[in-house]
Each structure stands twice: as structure tokens, then as C-alpha cells.
Design a protein around this ligand. Structure first.
Ligand SMILES: [Zn+2]
Length: 159
């Protein structure tokens, strides 16, 4: 997980709800979020404030997360991306989708952040319940020893 960079902090401060432009409200809501939060997300996506932020991205990330959890079976294995370095294919891995949603949370103004967090808490609970912890400590950190987010430390297909 990348640390929160100073640029992202500044960008988040700029994303005040009262400054939301009209165009950001001119769309249907994202997932199960309020119009206000959806507008804040849309504005954030266009600000380029986080590594994973892109127009329309959040709706797609939430669809992907829900699609993963809709798969049949009591327990689910994560599926690694075939080309994880590729800007599009990296999201084949639901753990990277969850990274992206975390990026969105970090740049939102407080009220919108709380609302998106609540949606994620429900999905995370289900994700935790249906996936299995990876027992191999070698998989818990990156090459520099920095721990991965918990959603990366779950069993993948083929583990
Ligand atoms: Zn690719």
C-alpha cells in the first residue's frame, strides 16, 4: 500500500463538497451511494488525486468487488492478474480493486468518505468471511518488508 503522499493530502483538502461543480451531480448515483457522495467521488476521479483514480473507475471497482463476492462456493480464492503491471489487467486481481477503492476513500471529503467506508465495511466483512488467510509469512510483505494490506494476505488460486 502506497503511503499517503503530500500531493494526495493537498488534493483531498481541495475536494470540499461545497465546491463541487454542477457537472459532478449530473449523473445517476454510483453503486448504493447518495447523490452527494457520488458527486464527490466523480469530482475526485477527475482530480487525478490518487494512483488509481480515473473517471468512472469507482463504479467499476465496486462492480468488480461485488462480482467477486457473488461467485458461487462457500470459500473463494483470489485470482492473480495475468499481467499485474498492466494498467487495465491489474484490476483482474480483486485485491488491487480493493487498493483502488482505498485510494478513493483517502481523497474524499469527510462525509463522502464515511459513506463509502460504510459500503466497503459490508463488502470487506463478506470478503473476510469467504476467503482464507494466507498462512505463509513470505507472502505478507513486499520485497522491502512493508506489510501488504490485509486483503492481499488471503489465499490465491494455486497457493
Ligand atoms: Zn494487460
Amino acid at each position: 500500500m502506497p503511503r499517503r503522499r503530500p500531493g494526495a493530502v493537498r488534493a483531498a483538502r481541495r475536494l470540499e463538497e461545497r465546491r463541487l461543480p454542477d457537472w459532478a451531480r449530473d449523473f445517476p448515483p454510483i453503486d448504493r451511494l447518495s447523490l452527494e457522495t457520488s458527486a464527490a467521488i466523480r469530482f475526485a476521479e477527475h482530480s487525478g488525486a490518487g494512483e488509481h483514480l480515473q473517471p468512472g473507475g469507482t463504479a467499476q471497482f465496486l462492480r468488480s468487488y461485488r462480482a467477486f463476492l457473488r461467485r458461487p462456493g462457500r470459500t473463494l480464492r483470489l485470482i492473480a492478474s495475468q499481467c499485474p503491471a498492466c494498467p487495465g489487467c491489474q484490476y483482474d486481481d480483486v485485491a488491487v480493486v480493493r487498493d483502488a477503492l482505498g485510494d478513493v476513500v483517502r481523497v474524499l471529503p469527510p462525509r463522502a468518505r464515511t459513506e463509502l467506508r460504510e459500503v466497503l465495511t459490508v463488502l470487506d466483512t463478506e470478503f473476510r468471511r469467504r476467503t482464507l488467510p494466507d498462512p505463509d509469512p513470505a507472502h505478507w510483505t513486499d520485497w522491502s518488508g512493508r506489510p501488504y494490506a490485509w486483503w492481499h494476505r488471503r489465499l490465491y488460486e494455486g497457493d
